[in-house]
Every structure is written in structure tokens, then in C-alpha cells.
Design a protein around this ligand. Sequence first.
Ligand code: ADP
Length: 207
Amino acid sequence: MTMIVGLTGGIGSGKTTIANLFAQHFKIDIVDADVVAREVVEPNSVGLKAIVEHFGVEMLTQDGQLNRAQLRERIFAHPHDKQWINDLLHPLIRQRIDQQLQSVQSAYALLVVPLLIENDWQKNIDRLLVIDVEPHTQIMRTCQRDGVTEQQARSILASQASREQRLSYADDVINNDAPLDEQAKQKLLSQVTVLHKKYLALSEQIR
Ligand code: ADP
């Protein structure tokens, strides 16, 4: 079984940015829970068909995609529906993540899970790498990337695990507060390189 390194961090912490360094420089296979969560509700998927059967065709956009705005409204008006959605999608996501992990070719897999701590996924991984940033950095980068207001970004942060909670589970930590100038890029890459070598050595031991 391939060693699984979990990678987590709060919104806008730099998970994708840093996972990409492992992929680009060391050809490490990435399994991204957010990508999988979108795949399980693609047009014609079991997930999307079940949602439409349960809530009706108003859950579809004109081109047959999941109408996320409608679904959000529905859950907002009927909070118990959120449980129904979670019960439907979590096993589908889990199954697909397992499938993708089984086809990993690299010495270890990087499993990017934004809500890893919140969803108690620690037991599914061999090690945890946390991307750590100050909350104000997270808020600034989330507002810039997603075009949300500071208040919206703050409320997303408040709904996630705290920085301290996340760090308490970490085996390894990369701090990503420094703005990405050439020097910061080199520093990140050298941290990633050190971790990559450590993970290679550990994956040999697991084998
Ligand atoms: P996450 O996947 O954790 O939500 P991203 O990797 O998408 O975070 O990073 C959030 C945003 O911040 C993106 O627009 C990204 O380009 C930018 N970003 C990431 N790291 C840095 C950094 N060190 N300095 C400046 N911007 C960064």
C-alpha cells in the first residue's frame, strides 16, 4: 500500500500552491478531495441523479450541471437536508478517493483534504502536512482569489478548525505567510524538497 501524506490547511492557506510544487518538481501524484467532490456530482453521475430524484429538476442548470446556488438555498431553508446530502455524497467521495489512491504511481501519494481535521480523516493517512498561515493572510488571499468580502471570508474561517487545532495534529508544517517573491519561492521549494526526501525514506520503510 502506498504511503499517504495528508495535506491540509484553512481556506486560502496555499494547499494547492504547495501541492503543485510536489507534483511539478517531484512528480508526486495528488488526490484532491475538492476535485473529487466536484466529480461525484458531474452530469450523469450517480450523485447528481440522486440529488435530482430527491429535490427535483430545479437542482439542474440549463446545461445539466448541478445548480449549486439552488442547492445552497434549499439547504439554507431546510437545514436537515444538509445531512441527506452529506450521507449521499460522503461515501461516493470516499470511494472515489480510494480508487484514485489505488492507482497512484509515485512513491507516496499526497492527499489534499481541506477539511481533514473537521471530518476526522486523520485515521486514513500515514502523516499530516499542515500549511500554516496567519488568519489575516488567509482572509486577504481568500478575498483576492474568490472575490468575497472580508466578512464572508471571516465567517468561512470561523466555520473551520482553528489554526491551533490543525497544528496540534501536524507531523510537518510549512509556513506560507511570506509573499511569493523569488526568495520566498526558493524557500518554499527547499522546504518541499526536504519533506519530499523525508517522505521517500519513510515510504521505503513502510513498503
Ligand atoms: P488553498 O488551496 O489552501 O485554498 P491556494 O493555494 O489556492 O490556497 O492559495 C490561495 C491564493 O493565495 C491563491 O490565489 C494563490 O495564488 C495565493 N498564494 C498562495 N501562496 C501565496 C504566497 N506565499 N504569497 C502570495 N500569494 C499566495
